[in-house]
Structure formats: C-alpha cells, structure tokens
Design a binder for this molecule. Sequence first.
Ligand SMILES: CSC[C@@H](O)[C@@H](O)C(=O)COP(=O)(O)O
Length: 375
Amino acid sequence: MANTEPYDTFRWVPVHEHGQDEDGYLLVLDQREIPHQVSYVRLVDYREVAEAIRDMVVRGAPAIGAVAAYGYVLGIKSGEPEDQVYHTLYASRPTAVNLQWSLDALRQLQTTNWRRLLWKANELVASERLMNNKIAAYGAEEILKRWKQRHHEGCKDETLRVLHHCNTGSLATAGGGTALGVIRKLAALHGKVHVHVNETRPRLQGARLTCWELRQWGIPYELSVDAAAPFLMAQGRIQFVTVGADRIAADGAVANKIGTLMIAIAAQHYGIPFYVCAPCSTIDLKTPTGAAMIIEERSATEVLNPSGKSSDQWLAPVDTPVYNPAFDITPPELITGGIVTELGILRVRDQAGAGIGLAEQLQQLEQRQKQISVE
Ligand SMILES: CSC[C@@H](O)[C@@H](O)C(=O)COP(=O)(O)O
C-alpha cells in the first residue's frame, strides 16, 4: 500500500516465485484521468517511469520522488548502467527537489542488489507517510490556535476558511498529504472547515484532483478560477492559505505551482496568514535563494488545448506563442505564516520582519526532536 486511501497513488507489485520476490513492477494511478475514471498504468521499465513522471501520470513533488525511487529499482534490476538510470529519472522533471533527494538516497547505497534498493524505496515511502501525519498535526495545531485567537478577538464566523492551490493530498504524496493533509486534520479537529479550491490552470490539479479528494473525505469545498483568489480575500471569504512546495531555498523562497505567487501577494495585502506545508526533503539548503532555482517550462499545448482533445477545443489560434512556466517562486517575505514541516514550523521572518535563514532553525528543530526521543 502506498497510502491510506481507498485508492493507491502508486504501488510496487511483487512477483513471487519459489517463496521469494523474484520480480516486480510498479502500478501508478493515472492522474490524467481523474476525476473521470480511476485507472492504473503498469510500469516495468525505468524509462517508462521517467515518461510517466514527465507526462504527469503521477505528479506532486513527494509522489514523484517516491515513484522515481521505484523507477531506479526497475532500472538496476534490469541491469541498465546506473548512471543512465539515475540521470534519465533525474531529468524527468527539474523543479521538484524530492526527485533528486530520493534518487540520491538509493544511489548512496552503492549497490546493484535490487532487493536491497527495493527495501530502501519501501522505507522512504513508509517514513514519508509518518512525516505527512506530523506535518498535518503541526499545521492544524498552529492554524487552529490562530483561528481561536481571531475568534477571541471578535470574529463571529464559526467556520474555518482555507484557500488551497494545486493538489497536495494523497495523490501528490506517499501518505495523507501536506497542505491538504493539514486541512484534513483541521476538519477532524474542528469540524467546520470550508476549503476554497483554486482550479490551477493549466493542468487543473485543483479542479480535477483536489475537489476529487475533498469530496471523498467529506470536506465542504467550493471551486473558483485562479484569478478570483484576491477578490475572495477582499470579500472576507479566506482566513488562511495553505500550499505545498516543490523546492524551498535556504532563505525560505518557495517554488510551487504557478499561481502561488499571486495568492501570496494578495494574502499579504489582506493580512491573511500564508503557510507552506512540506517535508524537510523539499528544503534545498544548497540553493541559496529563489533566483538560483530551475523552473520547468512545459508545452504550449497544455495552455492552448488543456483537454488534449480535438482541434475545435483549442482556446486560442493554434499557433499562438505561449510561455508556460509550471511553477513560480514566492519570496520569503510573503511566507507570513511559516513553513510547516515534520519537525515543526520554520519562521521565515522574525518579529521585526528581518529574514531568518532556514539552516539554523532546522538544526534546532532536529536537536529538539533528538531530545524528545531520548526523554
Ligand atoms: C505535496 S505536492 C507539492 C507540490 O508538488 C504541489 O503543490 C505542486 O506544485 C504540484 O505540481 P505538479 O506540476 O502537479 O507536479
């Protein structure tokens, strides 16, 4: 099982012969087909895995990382040169650092024993599931505390209202999700939670995937076009923003789905706390600032013909020039709430508004976790 849902986002399927694992393949839920149908793609070759990541059969930074790890197992199992396997998978999507992180975790074992690599891939997936639970707990505790404070100060609304961009649920991770995991936990703790879902042009991860997951979880939601977000804030419909991340630089700048920056700017304008929820593996201390990040550019067709169907569904004249960055970079000063990780919450700005680097805070949180586990 790759997660705790009635559906598996991905699953390694062992093939047993003579009482032991002789072989195996990867099943991946085809997210391009959601919400219309739940179907799985069977992947037996590491090149197919790279293609599935590139084509967004599977997407979401942590899920990409986990699936790439199984891709690496498939490549090594079939005797392909390690370098080729590593670099083919590595290049499949450039912005999500989790991809590199999980491939490095396997490469460091320096083994061609695929069963040992498979064991490691399974371990990464299991630990990520636990991390998701911790992110959910820390994030929900923080937001609920702030919400109660607001209430105490006179806000009469009984419902906790959150805006979410893209998809960060079980479909995007190996567990219960990051930002959506926080929302799910909030719903479990508080009951009255309402989610404003941004549709997330051009691939519509919000409309197709987040609405699908929220419906299954029984959490009330409402869908709007991306450009509506600032106006919803102006109308007082949003109290918090939670989003995920594909890479976080050492200064706290966040690469996430295109549209995130627009929301962060508006949230600051309207005084709405903006939270980024991500495992520590998304923090890339080797990248000092957002300016050093590689932002993936995707095809013009995604924008011109999102359905991928017949030419009469093109949204603009066929040869219209398009610039289609898949992500944007939100500067640290706009991460007004904090970065929710499995170790706790990182603050990007101190009380006086000065920048605080993440490296030192991470060290402190790690130290604290070690102390807790000793006690
Ligand atoms: C927990 S998922 C975090 C991010 O990967 C998510 O917010 C996002 O931007 C996904 O982009 P996608 O292009 O769908 O892979």
